[in-house]
Design a protein around this ligand. Structure first.
Ligand code: UGA
Ligand code: MN
Length: 300
């Protein structure tokens, strides 16, 4: 019947239009999803932070953890300089909702470990470095973790607990191939200590404090491709080197000055500051003449 034939034709046409619409609509969607997957790949940032008990510790760690809450795909490795893990740090980590690993190791202090008061006032490093054993323990943990991980890519960033970090520094470090560098504000007696860049390559350093260091940069001024720690499992910090040489000590395993990758717009932007929290001075409660309510039970 002609009526049936017409209907069949309409049906075939309709089907064709439907298939074409489906293809037109879905192909870009597939492509978008695929592209989104490729471009949204973010290497894990392993932020390694030694920390020790002091009056401003919780304040410093609160500020830092609340910066880190804005960073995608970050794994915070916090190492307490103590014989036991403390409740203060354990609770702070738990409440942060960050992905973290909590470790501890106590530094065995020698007489040399404490900076002189002049060094403290000038805001430069003491005689012996802080955080050496803690960062090394974190590197041991990292190697074990990466060996088991499906995805061994990542970025290692050594973060002091009292520095100030712009969110932008984390975007920068995800671009590194081996070792990336950038300026650090307010450090080594300068407004900014920074690599000098010529034609997209590091050609020198603008550093006043110990400019003869192999890499005259602060710990906050570089990040390292995490996979390299599997290639060089011997890479670690050392108590044997003089003050200010820890950065050079670790970097020497992975890179040369020529190979450094300048970031933060060819090292013209400051995205991290070597701030230091002033040691607070409070009155000794035992010496107070007026009886006050005891606040020992309050975590500060
Ligand atoms: C500078 C550098 O930025 C640090 O990376 C380097 O570790 C340090 O000097 C050094 O070589 O001693 P600075 O501000 O002088 O930093 O040092 P701190 O911020 O007091 O200490 C660096 C990190 O180690 C901090 O995260 C701090 O919490 C931790 N630390 C400090 C300990 O774990 N134990 C300590 O006894 C002192
Ligand atoms: Mn510091």
């Amino acid at each position: 019947m002609p009526f049936v034939n017409i209907k069949k034709q309409y049906l075939a046409m309709g089907l064709l239009i439907f298939v074409m619409l489906f293809l037109f609509n879905t192909r870009p969607v597939f492509q978008c999803q695929f592209n989104a997957e490729v471009s949204s790949y973010l290497p894990v940032i392993y932020g390694i932070t030694p920390t020790y008990a002091r009056l401003a510790q919780k304040a410093d760690l609160t500020r830092l953890s609340q910066t880190l809450m804005h960073i995608k795909n970050l794994h915070w490795v916090v190492i307490e300089d103590s014989a036991e893990k403390t409740k203060l740090v354990a609770n702070l980590l738990k409440e942060s909702n960050l992905k973290y690993t909590h470790l501890n190791i106590k530094t065995h202090k020698t007489k040399q470990s404490t900076p002189t008061s002049i060094q403290k006032v000038r805001g430069i490093k003491g005689v012996a470095a802080s955080g050496v054993e803690q960062r090394n323990l974190a590197l041991d943990w990292l190697k074990g973790h990466l060996q088991k991980a499906e995805d061994q890519r990542g970025v290692v960033f050594f973060m002091d607990d009292d520095n100030t970090y712009s969110l932008k520094v984390f975007d920068e470090m995800r671009k590194i191939k081996r070792v990336g560098v950038w300026p650090v504000g307010i450090v080594g007696g300068m407004r900014v200590e920074m690599p000098l860049v010529t034609d997209g390559k590091v050609s020198g350093f603008n550093a006043w404090w110990k400019p003869f260091r192999p890499f005259p940069i602060d710990m906050a001024g570089f990040a390292i491709n995490a996979t390299l720690f599997l290639e060089h499992p011997e890479a670690k910090f050392s108590r044997k080197v003089q003050s200010g040489f820890q950065e050079s000590e670790i970097l020497k395993y992975f890179t040369t000055r020529d190979e450094l990758e300048p970031l933060a717009e060819n090292c013209t932007k400051v995205y991290v500051w070597h701030t230091r929290t002033q040691k607070p001075s409070i009155v000794n409660p035992q010496k107070l003449k007026r009886p006050l309510v005891s606040y020992d039970h309050i975590e500060v």
